[in-house]
Design a protein around this ligand. Structure first.
Ligand code: ADP
Length: 463
């Protein structure tokens, strides 16, 4: 099959979250299954600052690189739209011209397919930033013979981010006002791009089975539950894989010493290294909790902030890496001042440090209020770091009491109670090591998951 992935972030070129990990890894696995895949993403400033892989000029406004064996990644370049430091916005808020930026991206991506004569069987789009692609294919390009055989898949990585814009910006998309109605792009008198992706794609999926059911409810649907219910027969859940070429403690070059289930000595070294660089007492007997996350309510920072003072009084250490809401920066910074020997905060996006935290922690805290899939818990499992999660979405599908800790009621009391239990168990060393080893054996590889995507593509072809 000829497959094109259209996405706004892709590892190793640009990343703000799990979306980039997925679109960086799934094509590699598809290529290994013999599929013909290309990727199209915006040519941000960060892309052009990369040294490897080499970025080459293709034509005016388009450059490219190669990943895997022979996967072309095309970058839609535009200095005004994409020559910026961030992908979607600054601290002060989202870029005001995001609708213009991502309409431009979608149109140019489709134009490029004709230039390179890549007639896709499947166009696989991800989240609101590429949602206009299926919309164009079913409206302005509906009669275009080039796309006659093309089917679209739309993956929802997080329904909490929908790409909402004032309706007076609709002309910027080049779409007719006919699409601005409640069955299509309109949502409470605004333009909703994610809704467009849901309505106009042939099939829809999200990144875990549990989340695919949750988003059909009022509690998790963020207003999309009605439209998703209508498309229930076309909605699927496929849990993400992990790219074990990047996330493997036995080969990871970003950690101080490699280790594996057979030889855990390097994990001790990783813990000491993390304690040192986090300016915490270097002690093996104290359980070290790690967090790598956006600092947002979604990730559980509301209940964590409520209970953090009590947590810091427990016999533990806590290292947090993340950026996000100022409110949580402030609360956590105050805790660092109060408990400098207990909690260490790194407010930044730092991939190398993330690897060190996954490797060096004993327990990975991920109490997300909702979690479409979540990669942090899967990564930590592989690194022998026991995940502690709230039972929701992909966390519910990957963590249970055989490989980690799961709490069922979303509250600070339940969270703190579960942390206490983990501390107690940590001190009983033998059982703890068994728990770690069971986690390290879990396998969330893309080779299995990519086969499920191929089945989904085959299903789309019959639509
Ligand atoms: P989401 O996409 O909702 O943010 P996921 O768990 O799906 O959450 O994926 C997050 C990815 O981003 C993981 O690979 C995680 O390691 C990484 N990440 C998150 N915050 C940071 C940070 N501050 N520095 C480095 N990596 C981070």
């Amino acid at each position: 099959m000829k497959i094109v992935m259209v996405a706004s972030e892709v590892v190793p070129f640009a990343k703000t979250g799990g979306l980039a990990d997925v679109v960086g890894a799934l094509p590699l696995a598809l290529e290994k299954q013999g599929q013909d895949v290309i990727i199209i993403m915006p040519g941000y400033k960060a892309v052009h600052n990369l040294k490897t892989p080499a970025i080459k000029n293709f034509q005016e406004g388009v450059s490219y690189a190669t990943i895997g064996k022979n996967i072309r990644v095309y970058f839609i370049d535009n200095e005004i739209y994409f020559g910026r430091d961030q992908l979607y916005g600054e601290k002060t808020g989202d870029y005001k011209d995001n609708l213009e930026r991502f309409s431009y991206f979608a149109k140019k991506a489709l134009e490029l397919l004709k230039v390179i004569k890549f007639k896709p069987d499947i166009v696989h789009c991800h989240d609101w930033q590429s949602a206009l692609v299926p919309v164009y294919l079913k409206t302005t390009l509906a009669e275009d013979p080039f796309f006659k055989q093309t089917k679209t898949i739309f993956t929802i990585h997080n329904i909490g981010y929908q790409g909402l814009f004032p309706k007076d910006q609709l002309p910027k998309t080049g779409l007719d006002w006919g699409v601005f109605n409640t069955e299509m792009l309109e949502y409470y008198d605004q333009i909703n791009l994610l809704k467009g992706g849901i309505v106009f794609s042939d099939l829809i999926n999200t990144v875990s089975d549990t989340y695919s059911k949750e988003i059909q409810t009022k509690e998790f649907g963020f207003g999309m539950e009605g439209i998703l219910n209508k498309r229930k027969a076309d909605l699927f859940g496929i849990i993400n894989g992990l790219d074990y070429a990047i996330w493997d403690p036995s080969t990871d070059k970003k950690i101080v010493e490699n280790f594996s289930a057979k030889d855990l000595a390097g994990k001790k070294a990783a813990k000491a290294d993390l304690q040192k660089l986090s300016k915490l007492p270097v002690k093996d007997t104290v359980p070290l909790f790690g967090i790598v996350s956006r600092l947002a309510q979604q990730k559980g920072f509301d209940i964590l902030a409520e209970g953090i003072d009590a947590i810091c009084k427990m016999d533990l250490q806590l290292v947090i890496l993340g950026t996000g809401d100022q409110k949580y920066h402030d609360i956590l910074e105050a805790m660092v001042k109060k408990y400098p020997k207990v909690i260490s905060l790194h407010i930044k996006f730092d991939d190398a440090l993330a690897h060190k935290i996954y490797a060096g922690s004993d327990i990975f805290l991920m109490p997300s209020k909702y979690e479409p899939c979540g990669l942090g818990q899967m990564i930590s499992l592989r690194y022998g770091t026991v995940p502690l999660v709230y039972k929701t979405g992909g966390l519910a599908d990957t963590v249970d009491d055989k490989n980690g800790y799961v709490f069922n009621k979303y509250s600070k009391d339940e969270l703190n109670k579960t942390i206490k239990k983990a501390i107690k168990d940590f001190k009983a060393r033998k059982a703890w090591q068994d728990l770690m080893l069971r986690g390290m054996k879990c396998n969330f590889s893309w080779s299995a998951q990519s086969k499920k995507y191929i089945e989904l593509y085959e299903k789309a072809k019959t639509k």
